[in-house]
Design a protein around this ligand. Structure first.
Ligand code: FAD
Length: 663
């Protein structure tokens, strides 16, 4: 039993809990902070102190005009670069820190502050710098890295177009090789091919990494990236038209723009040629023969951005929770239990119900993020090699990014409401938090599309032939002749076997295990994942068997695909939390985090209880007991809730909210 061994299905008040043998843990917030900060506590502290030093930007964001705010954000990004915090992931020979894990930690921590600064950093160092580093070779590194790391050269990452955001393979910008001149000619092939939403483009970028269809001698080789100068001395260059995307819902300190290229010529050497090159004579060369595989290998190297956005979203949720929970611990409404004194909001069961499950999920996602960031570090530092490790990383990154960003959106809204009217004041942070994090669900991969990638990865595990596909590729695969045999002989069969393994007792599986038994939580989440996945595979096969158009088959099962991916990610999030707990020494901190883990697991089950009931894994009685248990857990969390948010280590200056929190 995770939390304690004496209380099951309880909804006792704290004093009753005491008398039942439960001992309230006391949290040492410094110890908690050290645990959460992990191996990069120094890096996180550097970012905290930079955030505090430049805290005025939070207030400036509210009063500066758009251009001034954008320039202020740019200047701040350059100042931060000088401290080393934004260049940690780059090789040390170019002035970077040579530590990928550190760069993720720095980025996540930056999310405690102004999110335009965060996103500008993400664009400059993660997207633009990341493309040069990962897709380029030494000549590009020598030419650009040092200046982009210092912020002397500002750049942008021009992938998305008006016509295509998620479906990158279908981009319309063309780069045609002119062998006579030894140049590529970059052209926007029509209105749909105009680059759109490109961060840094509208005002500051001098260079762009432009993603375009490579055409050599009339033959197309798919999407490749090119370094294209956009401005010199602030002036937009000939052949390039840049428009401002205008006022956005949030992130208005970032200058998003639209770019059109009219026969823009760049030297042959500007092709970022790590995975493919064109000889001066015009011969296309790549060590990866399969164009699909080449494309996904190329995109796969850019996974760090996704990992970073997921982590940033989770940290933005921490800011919201820190404000709402501390406010709930001060704010009184109604004389409910001890007239004439009014009760604290946080003592109300419903207030606890609204905030504590979100707090628990934040903890769960934090530890899942820690795992994915560590995997990223391993793979990209060459400590873990192989296709399998990369594929796993890409799937996990996609999944945690989707769940983390959706979680932020939901949490920030709930926390805003939990602060009542005060939550609506800009100075209390929620206005910016809501508006700025909203789009995290869309950029760095739309969440719904990402979950389809996760599902693709899972199906790949069962049937090797699912490799190298985007969500449309999966449809094409389903249309392939091999599909029936593959699904029949491998996927479904293996899935059923695996379900038997997971649930050794079959239908006699112990459904009456203790509600706080971590194995029970794990089994429930694994059962749902495996069952859903098997269901998807069966439905795909059935659809094909019945002669339906494969696109139609996929579309009909798409809700099931997304649900299976979501179930998978929730399971790995739980696993990450349980694994973390297993490594902790016994003591109060472990007891407190066990409470969080139990609450995460049970509220996850509770939220989808209809599914388990439909599938015979949850009785009505037990379902009700879970809700009672959740209430009981919330009561246990109440006395340590403020400590649990203090442990996040959000600098006081970042919380602002003088009326909510006191000075
Ligand atoms: C503020 C901001 C900053 C950005 N910065 C950059 C940048 O610096 N560089 C850059 O290149 N791009 C940038 N982008 C673009 C961003 O990456 C894209 O918006 C994103 O990839 C989604 O593409 P889209 O907007 O075309 O949406 P679409 O792909 O058209 O998606 C629209 C909706 O359709 C759904 N959908 C799409 N495909 C499917 C499917 N197969 N099945 C079911 N549903 C589907 C999606 O879930 C989504 O809800 C930025 C965008 C914004 C808003």
């Amino acid at each position: 039993m995770a939390t304690d061994t004496t209380v099951t299905g309880s909804d006792e008040a704290p004093d009753e809990l005491e008398s039942s043998g439960y001992r309230q843990p006391e949290i040492d917030t410094a110890e908690l902070l050290a645990l959460l900060d992990g191996r990069y506590s120094e890096v996180r502290d550097l970012v905290r102190s930079n955030l505090t030093e430049h805290a005025s930007v939070l207030e400036e964001a509210e009063r500066l005009g758009t251009d001034d705010y954008r320039d202020r954000v740019r200047d701040l990004v350059v100042e931060l670069a000088a401290t080393g915090q934004t260049g940690m992931g780059f090789p040390s020979e170019y002035g970077g820190g040579g530590d990928i894990g550190a760069s993720v930690a720095a980025f996540e921590t930056l999310a405690f502050g102004d999110l335009s600064v965060l996103v500008k950093v993400g664009v400059q160092f993660g997207l633009f710098g990341g493309a040069i580093l990962q897709l380029g070779t030494q000549r590009h590194h020598d030419a650009y890295l040092r200046d982009l790391i210092s912020g002397r050269t500002m750049g942008c990452f021009a992938m998305t177009e008006v016509g295509h955001g998620s479906n990158v393979q279908a981009l319309g910008t063309v780069a045609t090789y002119d062998a006579g001149a030894g140049e590529f000619v970059i052209t926007t092939s029509g209105p749909e091919a105009r680059k759109d939403w490109i961060g840094n483009a509208a005002r500051h970028a001098e260079l762009a990494t432009v993603f375009a269809q490579l055409d050599v001698g009339g033959e197309r080789h798919g999407v490749h990236a090119f370094v294209v100068p956009l401005r010199r001395d602030g002036e937009v260059l000939d052949g390039i038209t840049i428009e401002d995307d205008g006022l956005k819902m949030g992130l208005n300190g970032v200058d998003n723009g639209r770019i059109t290229f009219d026969q823009v010529r760049v030297p042959r050497e500007n092709l970022l040629n790590r995975f493919a090159d064109v000889t001066p004579e015009g011969v296309y060369e790549s060590r990866i023969e399969n164009p699909n595989r080449r494309f996904f290998t190329m995109l796969g190297t850019l996974v760090q951005g996704r990992v970073c956005v997921g982590g940033a979203a989770i940290n933005a949720a921490k800011v919201a929770l820190a404000i709402a929970i501390r406010y709930g611990d001060r704010r009184r409404q109604f004389e409910a239990t001890n007239p004439p004194e009014e009760d604290l909001l946080l003592d109300y069961g419903q207030h606890q119900r609204r905030l504590f499950p979100l707090l628990a999920r934040t903890y769960a996602l934090h530890f899942a993020q820690e795992v994915v960031a560590a995997e990223l570090h391993q793979v990209f530092s060459g400590l873990e090699a192989g296709e399998e490790a990369r594929r796993r990383l890409e799937a996990t990154a996609a999944g945690t990014k989707a769940l983390g960003t959706w979680h932020a959106t939901r949490t920030i809204q709930e926390c805003r409401e939990a602060c009542g009217g005060q939550g609506y004041r800009a100075a209390n942070r929620f206005a910016a938090l809501k508006a700025d994090t909203d789009v995290f669900t869309t950029f760095e991969g739309d969440n719904t599309v990402l979950l389809q990638l996760v599902a693709k990865g899972l199906l790949t595990d069962y049937a090797g032939a699912f490799e190298e596909m985007d969500q449309f590729g999966m449809v094409r695969f389903v249309a392939g002749l091999a599909v029936e045999t593959v699904i029949e002989k491998t996927a479904v069969h293996k899935l059923i076997e695996r379900i038997r393994d997971v649930l050794p007792g079959g239908d006699e599986w112990d459904q009456e295990a203790g509600l706080l038994d971590p194995n029970y939580h794990r089994m429930m989440l694994r059962f749902r994942e495996e069952h859903m996945l098997a269901g998807v595979a069966r439905r795909l096969k059935r659809g094909i068997d019945s002669g339906l158009n494969p696109g139609e088959v996929f579309s009909r099962v798409q809700d099931h695909v997304i649900a299976a991916a979501n179930a998978h990610v929730e399971r790995i999030v739980l696993d990450a939390f349980l694994d973390k707990l297993a490594g902790l020494p016994d003591g109060d901190l472990k007891v407190a985090l066990n409470l969080m883990c139990d609450l995460f697991a049970l509220t996850t089950i509770e939220a989808d209880r209809a599914w388990w009931m439909e599938h015979g894994r949850l009785s009505v009685t037990r379902s009700k007991a879970i809700s009672r248990e959740v209430n009981g857990l919330c009561r246990k969390v109440r006395p340590i809730a403020v400590d649990l948010v203090d442990g996040f280590g959000v600098p006081r200056e970042m919380l602002r909210s003088p009326e909510l929190l006191g000075s």
